[in-house]
Design a binder for this molecule. Structure first.
Ligand code: NAD
Length: 476
């Protein structure tokens, strides 16, 4: 006998979204210099949530000027004083976490279970963690009295809007830099709410500036001559364009780009546990995760058993309303992203891989993609090589550990990997050979502010998080 789930919607009345928002420059909200705006919609319903300003080059200039002016006093504050603001911001985020989680689920499409239990706790943890470093920079291993760089221009993607903001802003402020941040055009709202949190925390004007806008705003920000540090998270193509823009300048740069991670399951792995890790690896956040375990490498002898169990588990995934507390997989973030996922999945079929999805009813409005599994995938297939950034898993097989390493490393990316085995020696042997910035063993997609994160090759360079994350914002 099976039971149906009753709807368990989180109330959206906990968040009050204004019909329009300006840019946050020098502690005030103001319209764009040319008055242009764009709409942000909820991807699960296509409902317009609000209108936000489209920042121009002049607005970028005003924001950078405000950040430069604020830098003088902010960088001169004792670390313990800066820490007070960061602790205050962290506590306000905790206090307002339900509101922010609902907002993030509305604007991004991710399930409330994830925004509430993963994104928001990690956002607060990140501010707490870097607040703790602010008065200990002399002991961070970067020499006595390490100095901040100046104004940081930060550009972030839409998949974890508030978490990516935290990864960028917390270490920048802790080290004494000031910030101009541009959120992604499809998810501007949580950054604007964060601007309000900065005011609530009494953060001095100009220390944090938020500019909403599209790629042209991001391009103007990274190219601005008075920006000392560029921090970018997003696609590899845009990362390359940014690297070209800053080449030949003295700007310090960190790039957190795409990925195509291998999640490798050996025949001695606890398969039930591995199934949970595979599901978490690729279906967490609709697969809109740079370090998603999008290539499953399974040892041939357990392939059938593992895939049977995985399909059974996928049948229980609930796709639908992001605000329903029972939802596992929410909406795809935008029509463009849905088109990209659809095109790559179609290419997988056309190139001869076998496609499977559990039966699931998708809502009629909004952007949706059923969790999808491809078997019979070869390394030449596009779905084995290109980042899909959606709930699509490509399954490949291997016979020996050496073959697993070779296949896992056969990618232009190198952000993360997972290893499932009972043998500690094999796990360490594999971890030494895999070219990836983060390697999980018998788990996947685990994040901690104390742990550095970043890539090899086309996944970018520099590290965010942990003590290593301080270096990107210090003159060392
Ligand atoms: P994107 O590169 O299209 O956009 C990212 C941000 O860059 C947005 O704010 C966008 O407006 C801005 N932008 C666009 N063109 C620009 C330009 N020429 N100059 C400056 N800024 C510009 O990426 P996306 O589609 O928003 O995000 C998905 C990508 O992000 C995926 O490839 C994913 O792997 C990657 N990502 C990486 C990490 C990581 O830590 N490595 C984390 C999350 C996402």
């Amino acid at each position: 006998m099976t039971f149906d789930y009753a709807p368990a919607p989180e109330s959206r009345s906990v968040v009050d979204i204004a019909p329009s928002y300006g840019l946050f420059i020098d502690g005030e909200f103001a319209p764009a210099s040319d008055g242009k705006v764009f709409k942000t919609v909820s991807p699960s319903s296509e409902e317009v949530l609000s209108e936000v300003a489209q920042a121009t080059g002049d607005d970028v200039d005003r924001a950078v000027t405000a950040a430069r002016k604020a830098f003088e006093k902010w960088s001169a504050l004792p670390g313990a004083e800066r820490a007070k603001y960061l602790f205050r911001i962290a506590r306000i985020i905790q206090e307002r976490s339900r509101e922010l989680a609902v907002l993030e689920s509305l604007d991004n499409g991710k399930p409330i279970r994830e925004s509430r239990d993963a994104d928001l706790p990690l956002v607060a943890a990140h501010f707490f963690y870097y607040a703790g470093w602010a008065d200990k920079l002399d002991h961070a291993g970067y020499g006595a009295n390490p100095r901040p760089l100046g104004v940081a221009g930060q550009v972030i993607p839409w998949n974890f809007p508030l978490l990516m903001l935290a990864w960028k802003i917390a270490p920048a402020l802790a080290t004494g830099n000031t910030v101009v941040l541009k959120p992604a055009e499809t998810t501007p709202l949580s950054a604007l709410f964060f601007a309000d949190i900065c005011r609530q925390a009494g953060l001095p004007k100009g220390v944090v500036n938020i500019l909403t806008g599209d790629g042209s705003t991001g391009a103007a920000l990274v190219a601005h001559p008075d920006v000392n540090k560029v921090a970018f998270t997003g696609s590899t193509d845009v990362g390359k364009a940014i690297a070209r823009t800053v080449a030949g300048t003295d700007k310090k740069v960190t790039l957190e780009l795409g990925g195509k991670a291998a999640n490798i399951v050996f025949d001695d792995a606890p398969l039930d546990q591995a199934v949970e890790g595979i599901v978490n690896g690729i279906f967490f956040n609709q697969g809109h995760v740079c370090c998603a375990g999008s290539r499953l490498l399974v040892q041939e002898s357990v392939q059938d058993e593992l895939l049977d169990a995985l399909k059974r588990r996928m049948q229980t995934l609930r796709v639908g309303d992001p605000l329903d507390k029972n939802t596992d997989i929410g909406a795809i973030n935008s029509a463009e992203q849905l088109a990209r996922i659809t095109a790559l999945a179609d290419a997988g079929e056309a190139e001869g891989a076998e496609r499977w999805s559990p039966s699931c009813e998708l809502p009629s409005a909004g952007y949706w993609f059923a969790p999808t599994l491809f078997t019979g995938v070869t390394q030449a297939h596009r779905i084995a090589r290109e980042e899909i950034f959606g709930p699509v898993l490509s399954v490949l097989t291997f016979r020996t550990p050496a073959e697993a390493v070779e296949k896992a490393n056969n990618t232009p990316y190198g952000l993360s990997a997972g290893i499932w085995t009972e043998k500690g020696s094999r796990m360490l042997w594999m971890a030494n050979k895999l070219r990836a910035g983060v390697i999980w063993s018998n788990t996947f997609n685990k994040f901690d502010p104390a742990s550095p994160f970043g890539g090899y090759q086309e996944s970018g360079y520099g590290r965010e998080g942990g003590r290593h994350g301080l270096e990107a914002y210090l003159n060392v």
